[in-house]
Design a protein around this ligand. Structure first.
Ligand code: HEC
Ligand code: HEC
Ligand code: HEC
Ligand code: HEC
Ligand code: HEC
Length: 264
């Protein structure tokens, strides 16, 4: 090989090496920069122990699984119609409210007809203090489309393909006049990061406008202040849902569609 060609090749190799090194160290930097919450097993992602008043009253904490419930009802039903907050142990759920047809005991839910009710034999199905309760049923979801994070289930595709058909309301029908399907591109403030995508449709199929506007997000693009990854990871903004119930922040690519790597 002539000397000239060799030197060109070696320069190209060095250059590629350098670029790779820069990219690699940048990725390390990004990934070391933020603290991701620990990743639970697939069948425990979105599972909660509700214990605002249980143990204080001499009974075990209540187990609640999002993957069991979201197959049958959208987030809107519980977090808008039934007024459960999106933060564990902040809703004033009591057993007397349950027994009189509120919260878990709402008609059409744990009312003793549709799902098990609030009578003696059933106390321990809720009050068992076991976050993994019901995990043997997780295998019934094995036919749903896969993804690498969260429950390992792509809930967007599962819904789109009609493999699940969660009810979107119990009594308060969403207003058909207020439909909004715009996809927004939220530019990241770091130049090497492709923008995050925000598709309204993938959200309004599960949620009510009220779940996000105006408490979490302003209703005008890029006007929500301090909208950064570190705050997302602290459970604000996108992180209200995308840490504990919707696919977690580790799955970079589903928001920053053009990003090249993900983290565990
Ligand atoms: C469908 C689920 C479910 C069932 C069934 C259920 N509970 Fe509860 N219960 C809850 C939830 C949720 C709370 C609120 C827990 C918290 O915040 O600590 C609660 C709260 C309680 C509390 C706390 C004090 C209070 O006054 O609210 C007691 C005691 C209690 N339940 C007893 C029972 C008993 C006894 C049974 C069976 C007869 C029962 N529960 C059945 C879900 C259930
Ligand atoms: C069957 C009712 C139900 C459905 C459906 C439901 N949730 Fe929840 N969710 C709850 C309850 C109950 C809590 C606990 C509230 C409390 O303790 O104050 C909760 C808590 C949460 C939390 C807080 C978790 C934490 O660690 O603090 C988030 C986030 C959340 N839900 C998001 C969602 C999203 C997103 C959906 C739809 C994909 C959804 N939920 C569907 C009932 C439901
Ligand atoms: C999961 C959360 C979420 C839900 C649910 C949601 N939005 Fe939004 N919406 C956003 C975000 C995020 C933005 C961008 C805010 C920003 O950039 O500061 C936005 C922006 C908007 C904007 C401004 C767009 C622009 O170009 O300036 C409108 C209008 C809007 N939403 C209407 C609605 C309506 C109507 C519904 C219900 C049908 C709805 N949204 C449901 C999160 C949501
Ligand atoms: C109130 C809860 C909530 C908030 C806040 C929220 N999301 Fe979501 N998002 C969901 C749910 C639920 C889904 C359905 C998928 C799932 O559960 O894993 C979803 C789906 C998505 C999808 C669809 C992915 C696909 O495969 O098509 C994208 C992209 C997304 N969210 C981005 C965002 C961004 C960016 C933000 C912040 C600006 C945000 N979300 C805020 C609940 C939320
Ligand atoms: C649920 C959606 C979502 C996921 C998942 C997500 N991001 Fe973001 N990211 C955003 C949003 C929204 C912004 C803010 C965009 C803006 O400035 O308007 C952002 C901003 C950023 C920024 C710019 C700096 C900053 O703090 O604002 C970087 C860098 C970034 N993300 C990297 C990542 C990496 C790496 C991952 C995976 C480990 C990831 N993101 C996962 C939504 C997401």
């Amino acid at each position: 090989m002539p000397y000239k060609t060799r030197s060109v090749i070696s320069r190209v190799i060095t250059l590629t090496g350098l670029i790779a090194l820069v990219l690699f160290s940048w990725l390390l930097e990004v990934h070391g920069y933020w603290d991701f919450p620990p990743v639970p097993p697939l069948e425990e992602f979105g599972n909660l122990l509700i214990n605002r008043i249980s143990e204080k009253n001499g009974i075990k904490a209540v187990t609640f699984s999002h993957w069991i419930h979201r197959q049958k009802h959208t987030c809107r039903v519980c977090h808008f119609e039934l007024e459960f907050n999106m933060k564990v142990n902040t809703t004033e759920i009591t057993e007397s409210a349950n027994s009189s047809g509120k919260f878990c005991g709402t008609s059409g839910c744990h009312d003793g007809r549709i799902a098990f009710g609030h009578d003696k034999p059933n106390c321990e199905k809720c009050h068992n203090g076991n976050r993994g309760y019901g995990k043997e049923k997780f295998s019934t979801l094995s036919g749903l489309p896969k993804t690498g994070f969260g429950n390992g289930i792509n809930w967007v595709k599962a819904l789109k393909k009609g493999l699940i058909a969660p009810a979107h309301y119990l009594t308060i029908k969403p207003s058909e006049d207020i439909s909004y399907e715009t996809t927004l591109l939220l530019e990241a403030e770091w130049e090497k990061i492709p923008p995050a995508i925000f598709p309204h449709r993938a959200h309004t199929q599960w949620l009510d406008c009220n779940n996000c506007h105006p408490d979490i997000f302003n209703i005008k693009k890029k006007t929500t202040k301090h909208f950064s990854m570190s705050l997302n990871l602290k459970g604000e903004f996108c992180g209200v849902c995308h840490l504990s119930v919707a696919f977690p922040m580790n799955e970079c690519k589903r928001c920053h569609v053009d990003i090249t790597k993900e983290t565990k």
